[in-house]
Ligand binder design. Structure first.
Ligand SMILES: Cc1cc2nc3c(=O)[nH]c(=O)nc-3n(C[C@H](O)[C@H](O)[C@H](O)COP(=O)(O)OP(=O)(O)OC[C@H]3O[C@@H](n4cnc5c(N)ncnc54)[C@H](O)[C@@H]3O)c2cc1C
Length: 291
């Protein structure tokens, strides 16, 4: 059946208004951003919210990409397309542009938002790994004020976040210190499809050694971020041996399952290979930045 269960509909005109509507409607209300994840789930009856609070009109208030100090701030209602077309992102946060080129198709990218993508918490969603690699902080607002979360703190598990009933994600703050030396690699069955597996990496070089590193994986279970892979890289020169050791740790740390996209064994192989490729590409970019 492709018809959702009955629901109430409200249209928010500001962040404060959206929070008030969520508060008034209680735990069975859900925000509707681009609708590209929530509406298909409602049609398939995998979600049946009693009320939708449409935040499309907040695309002005929460749709932006701007540099502030040592970070780039991205509003939660920024569409995939606007991130893909941002010159600032392409120049300073290359991993975002890599990933956005590979997310879905132009129709989805025209509507889907970064806030909706991160809050959907789909294990195969690409921007969570991107944000984890760059150690983005997520600003969540409620009626009583704001709190800031790491990517790991945002996700409670697949399709579940730690955002409260009357709270919403308003901004993603991305530090710039590794953004120029970062890359994302993904394998999918066909153009526009979700990842079979994907990996993101970032490195910051200082005097010929890796001073900081980020490694995170998509669609292979376990923690998105591989702390052991990251730690193994720091203090070492950026060599093939260092990358191979980190890729082995990242592949060990994930826990893929066999499904229609591929076997667990194949996905673990991809986790290794894609981590390696992302580290090579991120390092080449970091070296170009140093020149
Ligand atoms: C055919 C297709 C292919 C796709 N392929 C990919 C892919 O390859 N990679 C990928 O990463 N994604 C993919 N997507 C998902 C796409 O990126 C969606 O746009 C995204 O997952 C959800 O964004 P949205 O704005 O549409 O969110 P919505 O569907 O509106 O909302 C998703 C969830 O987030 C909540 N939410 C939305 N905004 C907020 C907020 N500000 N604060 C708190 N909660 C909020 C909603 O209540 C809902 O629970 C695909 C989607 C489709 C339809």
């Amino acid at each position: 059946m492709q018809i959702p269960a009955a629901f109430e509909y409200e249209r928010a005109t500001s962040v404060e208004h959206a929070l008030e509507l969520l508060h008034a409607r209680g735990p069975e209300a859900r925000l509707l951003a681009g609708g590209h994840s929530l509406l298909p789930m409602m049609k398939l009856r995998l979600a049946a919210p009693e009320a939708l609070v449409d935040i499309d009109a907040l695309a002005g208030e929460l749709g932006y990409v701007r540099e502030e100090g040592d970070e780039v701030r991205i509003g939660a209602m920024t569409r995939h397309r606007d991130i893909l077309e941002s010159g600032l992102v392409a120049a300073r946060l290359t991993i975002f542009t890599d990933a956005e080129k590979l997310i879905a198709d132009p129709v989805v990218r025209n509507r889907g938002t970064i806030g909706g993508a991160l809050c959907q918490a789909d294990p195969a969603e690409d921007l969570s790994a991107v944000c984890a690699v760059l150690r983005a902080r997520l600003v969540v607002r409620g009626l009583d004020g704001e709190r800031t979360l790491t990517m790991q703190e945002l996700h409670r598990g697949p399709y579940e976040t730690t955002i409260g009933d009357a709270e919403m994600l308003v901004e993603i703050r991305v530090p710039l210190h590794m953004g120029g030396g970062s890359a994302y690699e993904k394998v999918k069955r066909r153009v526009g499809d979700w990842a079979i597996a994907a990996a993101g990496a970032a490195v910051r070089l200082e005097g010929g050694t890796i001073a900081d590193a980020g490694v995170a994986l998509t669609a292979v279970g376990g923690d998105v971020m591989s702390e052991r892979a990251q730690a193994s890289l720091v203090g070492r020169p950026p060599t093939e041996d260092a990358f191979a050791a980190a890729a082995t740790l990242a592949a060990e740390d994930c826990s893929p399952t066999t499904d229609q996209r591929g076997s667990a064994e194949y996905k673990r192989h991809l986790a290794h290979e894609l981590t390696l490729r992302a580290l090579r590409s991120a390092t080449a970019r970091a070296l170009r930045e140093e020149i």
